[in-house]
Design a protein around this ligand. Structure first.
Ligand SMILES: Cc1ncc(COP(=O)(O)O)c(C=O)c1O
Length: 407
């Protein structure tokens, strides 16, 4: 029939029709994702007209809702407009981008820094630019999806990229992988600083010692570490007291910085190379003015108000102790990402639903985000949470978990 699309049989759409998990979850009334937030203020959000206490945001320092950060974004829109309408490469570089990159050089202690439109694009672009034909890349099994996608992209462009994984944070296995690589073949080790689902910290001094022993470069994703770890919030390297523990540092602006965007920092020649080979930088519009300006404002506040990092760390210690004392399995977290390990999908959904109904927003993490027997409720904290909000959350969560036989 003319003008009517008649799909082939089998059709490209068959998999979509066969995939009915979300529809079933919606029918059963427990679908937890894509819930629109109608308003956000302090530690609260409004969802479906109801006020919920937010324990599922990565706005660690509370800066995404800070009036000074909002005003900086509004001013940048007035001065530069809402979009750069082009890539950094062409018409999309503002003086503001360069100002931010200069500040990041000072902040990271590296020779150069380069901003991307998101953290995802930073990992995608930087890793796929760095790893080419004949190179080896070694990754922790719990690394973020954007790292994996950067590696897959590298493999897509240069077929014989050699990809290795090691058991989560297992330095013995990392060394075994390194030992197996013939001399003279370049290696990049990639790891998260703080692991995004379980909140544990990479054994960085050992990873760096191994990198040095085998002549590998070390790339550190600090998405959940900057603003969170170290006395001044400079991340995992500061936590371990040595800024030289990573060769290349990547971070997002979507968490502690309360904005959107990401960056990679490292040796000047390497950053210049990435600038000219990262496809996610070259073929995508640059960070919008409002986000550059809000990141700059957040960086200044982080410097002027060290209490935010200190308060966040105090909250993390308090909640880790609180959940442990109440009998929760929270893995080996040392940060304000605290997983409540629930095990099965059914128990996870039951606890998440109970908390949601009682007025608490958390994030259920189920396969493929985690292994099928390691489902969890990911809770996360902000420097702006109040003591009484934390105590109420601890008590209600314990009551609900007890009813489900989880503690
Ligand atoms: C460890 C890690 N790396 C990278 C990213 C990507 O950052 P963005 O949200 O800026 O794309 C995330 C975000 O979830 C993350 O958790």
């Amino acid at each position: 029939m003319k003008g009517v699309f008649m799909p082939r049989d089998p059709s490209i759409y068959d998999k979509c029709h066969a995939y009915d998990h979300p529809e079933r979850a919606r029918e059963e009334g427990w679908y937890p994702y894509f819930r629109p937030i109608e308003k956000a203020e302090g530690s609260y959000v409004i969802i479906e007209g109801r006020e919920l206490l937010m324990f599922g945001s990565n706005n660690y320092l509370g800066l995404a809702l800070d009036e000074r950060v909002k005003e900086a974004a509004a001013k940048a829109i007035r001065d530069y407009g809402t979009s750069c309408s082009g890539s950094r490469f062409m018409n999309g570089t503002l003086d503001l981008h360069e100002e931010l990159e200069e500040k990041l050089v000072a902040f990271s202690g590296k020779e150069a820094a380069l901003c991307f439109t998101t953290g995802y694009q930073a990992n995608l672009g930087a890793i796929s630019a760095m790893v080419g034909r004949g190179d080896h890349v070694i990754s922790d099994k719990y690394n973020h999806a954007s790292i994996m996608d950067g590696i897959f992209m590298a493999k897509g462009f240069a077929g014989d990229v050699k990809f290795h994984r090691y058991k989560h944070n297992n330095m013995e296995e990392l060394e075994a992988r390194l030992r197996g690589i013939p001399a003279g073949e370049p290696i990049l080790i990639v790891t998260d600083g703080v692991f995004s689902m379980e909140g544990d910290i990479v054994r960085l001094p050992e990873a760096k010692a191994l990198a040095d022993k085998y002549g590998a470069a070390l790339y550190l994703d600090e998405a959940h570490a900057i603003g969170v770890l170290g006395e001044t919030g400079r991340g995992t390297t500061e936590h371990f007291g040595n800024p030289a523990l990573a060769d290349l540092v990547m971070c997002t602006f979507s968490k502690s910085f309360g904005s959107i965007g990401g960056y990679v920092a490292g040796p000047a020649r390497v950053i210049d190379y990435i600038k000219h080979f990262a496809r996610s930088l070259m073929f995508s519009a640059s960070m919008p003015p409002a986000n550059v300006a809000s990141t700059l404002a957040s960086m200044q506040i982080m410097e002027e108000e060290p209490w935010r990092v200190q308060r966040l760390q105090e909250i993390a210690r308090y909640m880790i102790k609180g959940f442990s004392e109440r009998g929760f399995d929270i893995g080996t977290t040392e940060t304000p990402i605290i997983p409540l390990i629930t095990g099965t999908l059914e128990k996870t959904i039951a606890l998440w639903t109970a908390l949601f109904n009682k007025g608490f927003y958390t994030n259920p993490v189920i396969p493929p985000g985690v292994a099928p027997n390691r489902c969890l409720i990911r809770t996360s904290y902000m420097a702006t949470h109040k003591d009484e909000e934390l105590d109420t959350f601890l008590d209600v969560t314990a009551r609900e978990a007890e009813k489900l036989g989880l503690i």
